[in-house]
Design a protein around this ligand. Structure first.
Ligand code: EPU
Length: 343
């Protein structure tokens, strides 16, 4: 692998903040990665990045940065109704979703237009509009960065949860321990609509689509996301900055009695998921900055998203996030958990 020194990461994180990698290499072959990890991974654990879309850098990176740039998409087997497809980690997620739809395959349409790379998607079990990749992910291939050994994880070994997987357990050491190099999805030729999510239903109604197909759902999701969420190519951001807090039924009942209009959804084990975007907006943060001159802001169309209007530092964005966190805690007694990796 070819390492570059003092490499600027500004265009490798979707917040677009300035930070430097002491050493940086793009990984384009599993073989190269295995060899490098076997020789160096134990002494020099690397820092892994994909599309950099779920990352907030507040400092330079001393560890060697390996950017997973493996490319390729293929059908592994086709059983008629069920088709197993594989994408390499460095494929961009949204074009991959469009490719599956073009093959007549259903299952990923609700996940259209999510930024980032395929290899990063399982780490946080990306989800939108009532669907998570855990539902169609069949298995994934990894390389242990300390030993260079390949290891397959089948779905049940990934311990998927809400924005969670085994690759996040154990903190950053675990995230950097397994480099995900390829991901397989079990998709279907038969379309099962998943359009209960209010926004999607409404979007289809407004477009006068009566019996939607997978491409219609994808178009609806693209329209909603384009309206509500800032395009990282235009305004730096990492999507939702906080997870929606999941609380006990008792806490939810107490909050509901005080805030009748608070959006909430049933979660696993009788718990309740609260809309963090609503909490942040209600606390008065939508569109706000910590100071008039700061380029770090809460997005004015979706309060769950922090944005860099140009030139914000990672530290400024983190200070804003902490101020939001503290204020929401004071007003609602709920501690919001950041979703991106904070370095
Ligand atoms: N809301 C507000 N104010 C806001 C934003 C949202 O009141 O500024 C309210 C909305 O009106 C709605 C509720 O909060 O009643 C939920 O909002 P939305 O449908 O936009 O979804 P979300 O819970 O804020 C989650 C995901 C998004 C995903 C959407 C759609 C998380 C952390 N975020 O957001 O994922 O696109 O649902 O399914 O779970 C991401 O992870 O980067 C991301 C964008």
């Amino acid at each position: 692998m070819h390492f570059l020194r003092e490499f600027p990461l500004t265009s490798f994180n979707s917040f677009g903040v300035a930070a430097t990698a002491r050493q940086f290499a793009a990984v384009t072959s599993e073989q190269d990665l295995m060899q490098w990890c076997a020789a160096h991974g134990d002494d020099t654990p690397p820092f892994l990045i994909g599309g950099g879309c779920n990352l907030l850098l507040t400092r330079d990176i001393e560890a060697p940065v390996l950017q997973l740039s493996l490319r390729g998409t293929r059908v592994v087997f086709d059983e008629g109704n069920t088709v197993l497809v594989e994408a390499m980690a460095g494929e961009s997620w949204h074009p991959f979703v469009l490719w599956t739809l073009k093959q007549g395959l259903c299952g990923l349409e609700n996940l259209s237009l999510i930024p980032g790379f395929v290899g990063a998607a399982p780490v946080q079990n990306i989800g939108a509009y009532g669907v998570e990749i855990a539902e169609t992910l069949h298995s994934l291939m990894t390389i242990n960065t300390q030993t260079g050994e390949p290891r397959e994880f089948v779905n049940s070994e990934c311990a998927f949860g809400y924005r969670d997987s085994v690759f996040k357990h154990g903190g950053d050491a675990m995230r950097d321990c397994y480099a995900i190099t390829r991901v397989r999805f079990r998709l279907s030729r038969k379309f099962t609509p998943r359009i209960d999510y209010g926004d999607v239903k409404l979007e289809l109604q407004n477009a006068a689509v009566v019996s939607p197909n997978a491409a219609d759902v994808s178009r609806a999701v693209i329209a909603i996301r384009s309206r509500k969420l800032p395009d990282p190519a235009v305004i730096g951001n990492a999507g939702s900055f906080f997870k929606n807090p999941v609380v006990s039924a008792e806490i939810a009942a107490s909050l509901k009695s005080q805030f009748a209009d608070m959006p909430h959804y049933p979660a696993a084990d009788g718990r309740v998921k609260i809309a963090a975007g609503w909490l942040i907006e209600r606390a008065g943060w939508k569109g706000r900055r910590l100071s008039a001159t700061s380029a770090a802001a809460v997005h004015d169309k979706h309060a769950l998203v922090l944005v860099n209007h140009g030139g914000a530092t990672g530290a400024e964005l983190w200070a804003l996030a902490q101020a939001v966190q503290a204020d929401v805690f004071e007003k609602f007694g709920l501690m919001l958990e950041p979703e991106p990796r904070i370095v």
